[in-house]
Write a protein that binds this ligand. Structure first.
Ligand code: SF4
Length: 104
C-alpha cells in the first residue's frame, strides 16, 4: 500500500485525490490519509504530491504511518476533488516532525 506521511501535515495539497482510481483518500483538518486496505498499490498518486508526502509502505519505518492512515481513513470523509492547499503550505513544506507540532 501507499500511505500519506508527515510532510502532508499543514500543507494538504490535494493533487493526489483526483488521480486515485479507487477513491481511497480521506480528508482531515490538516492532512489527507489513504485507506491501506482500499489502496490497490497502483502508485499513480505518488508523483502527484508536490510535497513528496506519499510513500510506499515498503520503505523503512512505515508501520506507524500505515496505522495512522488506517485509523483516520475509518473516520474522516472521502475526498475526490482537488481544493486549495492550506495557507501555510509553502512555508511548512519540508519542515520535519510536523506530526508532533502541527497535527490536529
Ligand atoms: Fe490510490 Fe493508487 Fe495512490 Fe493507492 S497508490 S492511493 S490506489 S492512486
Amino acid at each position: 500500500t501507499y500511505v500519506v506521511t508527515d510532510n502532508c501535515i499543514a500543507c494538504k495539497y490535494t493533487d493526489c485525490v483526483e488521480v486515485c482510481p479507487v477513491d481511497c483518500f480521506y480528508e482531515g483538518e490538516n492532512m489527507l490519509v489513504i485507506h491501506p486496505d482500499e489502496c490497490i498499490d497502483c502508485g499513480v498518486c505518488e508523483p502527484e504530491c508536490p510535497a513528496d508526502a506519499i510513500r510506499p509502505d515498503t520503505e523503512p519505518d512505515m508501520e506507524s504511518w500505515v496505522e495512522l492512515n488506517r485509523k483516520y481513513a475509518e473516520v474522516w470523509p472521502v475526498i475526490v476533488t482537488k481544493k486549495d492547499p492550506l495557507p501555510e503550505a509553502t512555508d511548512l513544506d519540508g519542515q520535519p516532525g510536523k506530526l508532533a507540532t502541527h497535527f490536529s
